[in-house]
Design a binder for this molecule. Structure first.
Ligand SMILES: Cc1cc2nc3c(=O)[nH]c(=O)nc-3n(C[C@H](O)[C@H](O)[C@H](O)COP(=O)(O)O)c2cc1C
Length: 353
């Protein structure tokens, strides 16, 4: 009886705890000694992995997706560990938190996570203070999102409120329009609604000396027609690229966790990790085909092995991001992926000779 009570509790809380503990450990590794250790054990010293995209140099095409370094506290540690770029956030205008517990549920058999929390953020002012402190030369993106309590029709004001003060401190922006981890879902799919968010950002950027690429992060739950519409927005406006994809509210591909999902009932939240892979590849391929490979796409969703990275690049992604795999396996992942990529590049060069 007691055993059957404890088991679900352990399984329900372990992923929350693990992520918070990992973030704390990475924060410790931000010190000079910590960074030295990370560079020795994980660091990327292979210049051949470098890639120029958006007029910037990425030391590796593999980056850390939004959701891990929410407040810009781990940038130097991630650079030392070998990531080519980090997407800080999502950041909200004001501090917000108060995730229901447990907010992250591990679906181990499927190498997936159920994420069911509103965006937890220290707020834009604190995030700027944190970002200002970083010393490494790695590309730093910032993922911006409207506040949880902001009415949907006031969302454009929130995005601008974030974009303006952050502009001089980050290298690119991702406009996140996938607020679907709670029952209070906000995913604008109407062109006018999306342009109401983007247009003020384009106008602000026009008056600046430095150019900051603006990307749109899209949901895998959008229909193919909606994905095409997002691509057309990219082709017709000054939007610089797309990040595809965020977590899915769909419950497909959960072969081993179906029983656990049943136990959880109809809980809201998004599935992240392996079950997303096929949809993420399809979405990236669709955008790449429609835009004839003329725009950079950041591919994200279900990447854990080097084969996954390759599949995503073959589908048309220019850069890739990992999230769930990092929560599962931490720094080991980026070392393994960078090493495999380096070996493939070397092999390709040898064959050419
Ligand atoms: C715990 C967790 C928190 C996340 N938070 C955010 C977020 O704040 N903003 C965002 O755009 N995406 C967020 N994501 C989505 C990821 O950035 C990524 O798009 C998604 O998880 C798919 O990648 P993956 O399969 O490698 O996990 C989060 C994902 C997880 C698992």
């Amino acid at each position: 009886m007691i055993k059957s009570l404890i088991k679900p509790v352990t399984y329900l809380t372990s992923a929350d705890f693990r992520l918070r503990f990992k973030v704390w450990r990475w924060r410790v590794m931000q010190t000079a000694v910590g960074r030295y250790i990370l560079r020795v054990f994980y660091g990327n010293k292979n210049a051949a992995l470098g890639k120029d995209v958006f007029g910037m140099h990425f030391r590796s095409p593999i980056g850390l997706a939004a959701g891990i370094d929410r407040n810009g506290e781990l940038i130097d540690a991630m650079a030392a560990a070998g990531f080519g770029f980090v997407e800080v956030g999502s950041v909200t205008p004001r501090k917000q938190g108060g995730s229901p517990h447990p907010y992250l549920i591990e679906l181990k058999g499927d190498h997936a996570l159920l994420h069911r929390a509103q965006t937890e953020s220290a707020g834009v002012e604190q995030v700027i203070e944190n970002i200002k402190r970083h010393k490494s030369r790695m590309v730093v993106g910032c993922n911006i999102v409207k506040g949880f309590t902001t009415p949907d029709d006031e969302a454009p004001r929130d995005y601008l409120r974030l974009f303006r003060p952050l502009y001089q401190y980050v290298d690119y922006f991702t406009v996140n329009i996938c607020c679907n981890t709670t029952t209070k879902s906000y995913i604008p799919t109407d062109k006018a609604e999306i342009m109401a968010i983007l247009q003020p950002l384009f106008e602000f950027r026009r008056g600046q000396n430095q150019y900051r690429p603006i990307l749109l992060k899209i949901s895998p739950d959008m229909s193919d027609e909606q994905i095409d519409m997002m691509t057309d927005i990219m082709l017709e406006t000054p939007l610089d690229g797309i990040v595809a994809v965020a977590g899915s509210t769909g419950r497909y591909g959960l072969e081993n966790s179906a029983k656990k999902m049943h136990k959880l009932g109809r809980t809201p939240g998004t599935i992240n990790g392996h079950p997303l892979k096929q949809r993420a590849l399809d979405v990236v391929r669709r955008i790449h085909t429609r835009s004839q490979g003329t725009y950079p796409i950041i591919g994200c969703g279900g990447i854990s092995t080097y084969q996954d990275v390759k599949d995503m690049l073959d589908a048309g992604a220019t850069l890739v991001q990992i999230c769930t795999e990092f929560i599962y396996n931490g720094g080991k992942t980026i070392r393994t992926l960078n090493k495999a990529l380096g070996e493939e590049i070397k092999e390709g060069q040898t064959q050419k000779k």
